[in-house]
Design a protein around this ligand. Structure first.
Ligand code: GZL
Length: 334
């Protein structure tokens, strides 16, 4: 069953269109990108958006940003929550094609397996924008642009901070790693960037690495296993705040002090993560901004108008220590 919500009353538009057609007053309706052009008589762009799910604080903030920006931009949004299942995203994209939306945007839950459905969108002359996560398709003509973060850099910044933090260590520093969703671009790339950075210090060793699927529950469950199997854990590197927050429960239940007995590094910088950092339970966060909505809507308008857009639009990001988190929290948008 498809979880699709339309953020304007399309049914009302159909009745209006029938009335206008009967009276010969109907507007043009169809856009020049093979789309429906929104409600009859309006030149609203119709955007079909397939979201990964609602697995983390980051995702919730990203969904809010997309919905608010669509309203602000006067774009009719058809939104689908795929509950972290690729088959649901593929169904949603096919549904958008059938409805002849003007533009499709989506955050691919995993990197692979998109070529067929993206070819169907291309054949239907509906442009596609990748947001947040990337795909590994060799054919770059299957989408117009990508907007999001450099995940390798986020992993590298996390590793570089740890190298500096542990440079005085004379013996092994055992690291456990909570990976994001298996096969997803952020999980693959953050792991890569972190591993490259810590390779400069042979004392730093990842002794266990497993997916917690970007959720708090997953982070807690896998951290419990790590603690049982590894007598000496010095560092936790979690690919997002939510898995780190779940791991906090397991660490304290095991009688250890997070931020002191175990150094904790995470990525995202959502409010709950920043609070844990300010409280000294986390030690470092690399930011990954979910506020992609406004830039996405600008790209949607340009792509719909047939204007050229950059191949890749990267978001500005930074990193935080506990002191920086305390200063940033009062004005944090997400
Ligand atoms: C990153 C995004 C990741 C976040 C997680 O851009 O895809 O997915 O880091 C989220 O919190 O679940």
């Amino acid at each position: 069953m498809l979880r699709t919500g339309t953020y304007t009353r399309r049914g009302f538009g159909a009745i209006l269109a029938a009335g206008l057609l009967a009276s010969g007053l109907a507007g043009c309706g169809n856009s020049d990108t093979g789309g429906s052009g929104g409600e009859a008589g309006s030149d609203k762009i119709v955007l079909g958006f397939s979201q990964v799910g609602a697995e983390s604080g980051w995702r919730t903030a990203n969904t809010t940003s997309v919905k608010e920006a669509a309203t602000e931009a006067g774009i009719e949004l058809k939104f689908d929550d795929a509950q972290q299942k690729q088959e649901n995203q593929i169904k949603a994209i096919r549904n958008f094609i059938q409805q002849k939306v003007d533009v499709i945007a989506f955050s691919p839950v995993v990197e692979s397996g998109w070529d067929t459905v993206l070819k169907e969108a291309k054949d239907a002359d509906i442009p596609v924008i990748l947001t947040d996560r990337a795909v590994d398709s060799a054919d770059k003509t299957l989408y117009k642009t990508f907007i999001g973060s450099d995940f390798v850099k986020e992993g590298r910044l996390s590793g570089e901070w740890l190298v500096e933090e542990k440079k005085a260590a004379t013996g092994p520093v055992n690291i456990v790693e909570l990976q994001g969703t298996t096969g997803s671009a952020p999980a693959n790339d953050r792991k890569k960037g972190f591993a490259e950075a810590i390779a400069t210090n042979p004392n730093l060793k990842v002794v266990a690495s497993q997916s917690g699927d970007f959720t708090r529950a997953g982070g807690k469950q896998v951290m419990e296993q790590f603690l049982k199997a590894n007598p000496k854990i010095d560092v936790l590197f979690a690919h997002n705040d939510d898995m780190g927050l779940g791991a906090l429960e397991a660490i304290t239940a095991a009688g250890k002090v997070p931020g002191k007995d175990i150094t904790i590094i995470t990525i995202d910088a959502v409010k709950d993560g920043m609070q844990a950092l300010a409280d000294g339970k986390f030690n470092f966060i690399a930011e990954c901004s979910p506020l992609l909505g406004p830039q996405l809507m600008d790209l949607v308008k340009k792509v719909h108008a047939g204007e050229s857009v950059p191949e890749r639009v990267e978001t500005e990001e930074t990193t935080f220590t506990p002191e920086q988190a305390k200063a940033a929290l009062p004005t944090r948008k997400y």
